[in-house]
Design a binder for this molecule. Structure first.
Ligand code: CA
Length: 583
């Protein structure tokens, strides 16, 4: 029987009456066994397609797209300001997410897979899904695959395929084979199309771009995100109905806001950023549906939700609208520049991860593998997740050697490499974008930027800091040569999963937030000075006095990241906070 909200209310009402009677009569009552939650948490990994950090209103107040659900997820969870996709395009990033290994170590050295490409991930390689299956998880993927399929007959989409999600650890697959602008335009279920393609469609112009190809009668471009939404919710509901004691993993790669930019009529003009903005709005709506379902099934507290993107936005799709999906970052999708690979990352786990906090740790999409292994308490062997660092210590606010990653490698559409270590980013053997921005290729040894004071990559330091260039070149070569960028015999999983340790600096004070205020609660009556500053240190609000509870109204403040400085009895503590004030 489906466990509806009403059933749950009824169950709770009965439970309360039993408890009341037991207490009243002061007798021992043995209650009927209650369905236990799984011992390991459920895990959902939502992946947007072609999205910049500036597409989220809470991160970029100039954004022309309302994103209320992502804004809320950020205020309810942890936001990473320095997260990167392991590539600037689709397929290689997905390879990195599913395997925890840089895709340039595979046979794909540049570009993406096409409609008829065969499977990219070695079928003997451990994936995040096959690993979780060993830990008793029900594993599903709903959405865009784009990691290759071996069609029995690549001229006949009615035939089944192998080498897909089912052979890589996923019990269930519903979605499409590659990008939504590549055929076959047909829904796939496990190893076969649900309907055969019966006609062909011609190439469509931008912004609703798609390539010409074969199409199934039930396949409508503007219905695909809704179909993904429906099947994702059904996967969760069906699982909780049929196996409430078993944990599940849902990998949920959206088809949007990638092309074609086309939405159902009810989403039209919901943004001020054209068709792409409307599609991004629909993606945000879909995130909200997942979160709301978890709440209604009462499994939110036992479910970790990750949200990120596979690469940045394509400039051709937004430049007419005045929208800034990359804020002040240089470049766009496919580039080796920051806009190609710096992506949003939000993690929500109510009661476990502290709410409304941000982390400046550099993290990479390959890190999901080790992080999820650590959450499921699985020790990764040396031949899996070779480029994956567990970010669990950051999520749980436990001690770890900082920085978390020794260094990170970026990779562009044409195979240009960059390496990032601390503040420094070195791009080698190409002084162009390596992607879609001009010039794509510019002969030269490379570029060096200090991102701490030059996030927009304007001042090339290559010729003035040869020591840094040499250090980073050696490290890049080492990572390539050794086949891994993590230490051998990792024991990331040893960290117990529990409630996040309160931030050390908040031992003396805690934050309580509402949409219109921040409340600072001190552990005891103290003399205080509480200040809200911009990230550049400009003072916005300052309050001082003596007491325990300090209320800061944020109603008239600009939305975005700010610094909260709390001085208690002469000691100062600083924390980044996200203000959800006026847009
Ligand atoms: Ca993409």
């Amino acid at each position: 029987m489906r466990k509806t909200k009403q059933n749950l209310c009824d169950a709770w009402a009965k439970h309360s009456i039993t408890l009341f009677v037991a207490i009243s009569l002061n007798i021992l009552v043995f209650q009927a066994p209650v369905k236990a939650a799984p011992s390991s948490p459920n895990i959902i990994l939502i992946l947007a397609d072609d999205m910049g950090i500036g597409d989220i209103k809470a991160i970029n107040s100039a954004s022309k797209i309302p994103t209320p659900n992502l804004d809320k997820m950020i205020s309810d969870g942890m936001y990473f300001t320095d997260a990167h996709s392991n590539s600037s395009v689709c397929t290689p990033t997905r390879y990195g997410i599913v395997t925890g290994r840089y895709a340039w170590r595979s046979s794909l050295k540049k570009g993406v897979l096409q409609s008829k490409s065969s499977h990219l991930i070695d079928l003997n390689r451990m994936t995040v899904a096959s690993m979780l299956k060993q830990k008793g998880y029900n594993t599903g993927v709903v959405g865009k695959w784009h990691l290759g399929l071996d069609w029995e007959d690549s001229n006949d989409w009615s035939k089944p395929f192998t080498g897909g999600p089912n052979e890589l650890g996923f019990n269930y697959f519903y979605g499409i084979s590659a990008s939504l602008d590549m055929d076959p335009y047909a829904y796939l279920l496990n190893n076969k199309a649900t309907q055969n393609t019966t006609s062909t469609i011609a190439i469509n112009p931008w912004p609703a771009f798609w390539r010409g190809g074969d199409v199934a009668p039930d396949f409508k471009m503007d219905e695909v995100m809704d179909s993904i939404n429906g099947h994702a919710l059904s996967f969760i509901r069906n699982h909780v109905d049929s196996a409430p004691n078993q944990p599940f993993f849902l990998y949920l790669p959206f088809t949007g806001p990638h092309t074609p930019h086309i939405v159902p009529p009810r989403f039209k003009d919901k943004s001020e950023a054209g068709a792409r903005g409307d599609l991004m709005y629909q993606c945000d709506w879909t995130v909200g549906n997942v979160i709301k379902l978890l709440d209604s099934l009462q499994i939110s507290e036992n479910t970790v939700v990750f949200f990120t993107a596979d690469n940045g936005a394509h400039s051709k799709t937004y430049r007419q609208t005045g929208h800034t999906p990359h804020s002040n970052l240089k470049g766009q999708k496919a580039d080796i520049y920051e806009a190609g690979h710096r992506v949003p990352l939000v993690v929500k786990w109510p009661g476990k991860i502290e709410k409304g906090v941000t982390s400046d740790e550099t993290v990479v999409t390959t890190d999901f593998m080790a992080t999820i292994a650590a959450i499921a308490r699985y020790q990764l062997p040396n031949n899996a997740g070779e480029d994956s660092y567990s970010i669990l210590p950051v999520l749980m606010n436990r001690s770890y050697s900082k920085p978390l990653r020794e260094a990170s490698i970026h990779h562009s559409f044409d195979g240009t490499f960059a390496i990032r270590k601390g503040d420094w980013k070195l791009t080698v053997d190409n002084m162009g974008s390596g992607g879609f921005s001009n010039p794509k290729v510019k002969a030269g040894p490379g570029t060096l930027y200090n991102l701490s004071n030059d996030i927009s990559e304007k001042k090339d330091m290559y010729s003035s800091d040869s020591a840094k260039v040499a250090e980073l070149r050696i490290l890049l070569k080492k990572y390539k040569d050794e086949g891994r960028s993590t230490p051998l015999n990792r024991n990331d999983w040893l960290l117990p999963v529990g409630t996040a340790k309160p931030l050390a600096k908040t031992n003396y004070w805690k934050l309580k937030r509402t949409p219109s205020s921040i409340q600072v609660v001190l552990s005891s009556n103290s003399k205080y000075v509480v200040q809200l500053l911009t990230l550049k240190g400009q003072k916005i609000v300052s309050l001082s006095g003596e007491g325990r509870v300090i209320n800061l109204s944020t109603q008239n403040l600009t939305m975005g990241l700010h610094l909260l400085q709390v001085e208690i009895n002469g000691q100062t503590y600083t924390k980044r906070v996200l203000i959800q004030g006026k847009g």
